[in-house]
Design a protein around this ligand. Sequence first.
Ligand SMILES: Nc1ncnc2c1ncn2[C@@H]1O[C@H](COP(=O)(O)OP(=O)(O)OP(=O)(O)O)[C@@H](O)[C@H]1O
Ligand SMILES: [Mg+2]
Length: 368
Amino acid sequence: MTFLCLEGVGKVYGTTVALDRIDLEVPAGNRMAIVGPSGSGKSTLLRVVAGFEMPDSGRVTLDGQVLADGASFVPAHRREIGIVSQDGALFPHLSVADNIGFGIDRDVPDRTERVLRLMDNVELDRRLSGRRPHELSGGQQQRVALARAIARNPKLMLFDEPFSSLDAGLRDSMRKVIADVLQAAGMTSVLVTHDQVEALSFADRIAILQDGRLVQVGTPRDVYFHPKDPRTARFLGEAIVLPAMLGDGWVECGLGRISADTVGRRGPGEIMLRPDQLCLEPVAGGLPASGSNPTACFGRITAVEFGGAVCTIGISLMKGSPLAASYSDGPAANVDFKVRGLSIDLPPIGEMVRISVLGQAHVFDRTT
Ligand SMILES: Nc1ncnc2c1ncn2[C@@H]1O[C@H](COP(=O)(O)OP(=O)(O)OP(=O)(O)O)[C@@H](O)[C@H]1O
Ligand SMILES: [Mg+2]
């Protein structure tokens, strides 16, 4: 069931089109992530939903109630929407307990106990309840902001880059706390983030904004393996984009013949693979004789970048490789790309490798 619904929502600032006729549906209980380059309209979208901005056109509804449509506009404080922003925006003169209890009526009998339970929910030590925000770490402040937002039991939670000021370890633990809190409450949420990995791991569905337009909405797997166009593909992670010949259930490219859903298309096209789909095997003693395995594909390691858990290996396709050779006059000649490597097993520069592809290639739409 659609819970939050945006229909044709537009917002213009002077000559900047911040939102261009956005249609977006978020089902009840879902976690939606909005990603997109800086300036693509992500925060504007959240602000329109929260009620801090009035859209110039279109309609916003939440749980069947119209929040904005032409002249009709429900103000932010009457929307039952919680928001956690990058800086937490806590009241500096109030204690942790008073910040969290801000939205709970003074005459609620178990108010103090509720505040302490909310602190437990966000894994905040109860002994911090008397402190002021400036006496807390960044991660603790974010937890207070989260507890304060959920204290009102909102229908919808919005997060605008809530983890961006935290270091990697804290980001992970905050993300888990937020996911658990949302799950336990069955709350619907929208998260804006710059971090594609965060979006892919946190959300049920991802919406990609570019220049104020919604270019694609889908599950994390959908958008990662089947991006609409090369720009979207690269935005969501490292992508190997190659020209290819499309056949019946396969494509032929610089990496050989790869299984693909060519959706009835034939002839020249463009495909994408994620580096995680490539397997490298060292080849001892040079290239095997041409013809021994006509589908094999070989490359040479050109760069190795050590990055701890994430290491990057640069590869150049070998001209001597039978398939690369057959493309040497074609568009896929001199293909260079990067793949991920294991820190404990990085190949030396110059090593020759056999490259095999796992899974299917993604064929881009002809129209993009
Ligand atoms: N109050 C405003 N007045 C004028 N222009 C604005 C205003 N708010 C946003 N904009 C413009 O609208 C566009 C979208 O801004 P928005 O803040 O939504 O981007 P964003 O996707 O959140 O970017 P970032 O990732 O950098 O936070 C930008 O070009 C921005 O300069
Ligand atoms: Mg923003």
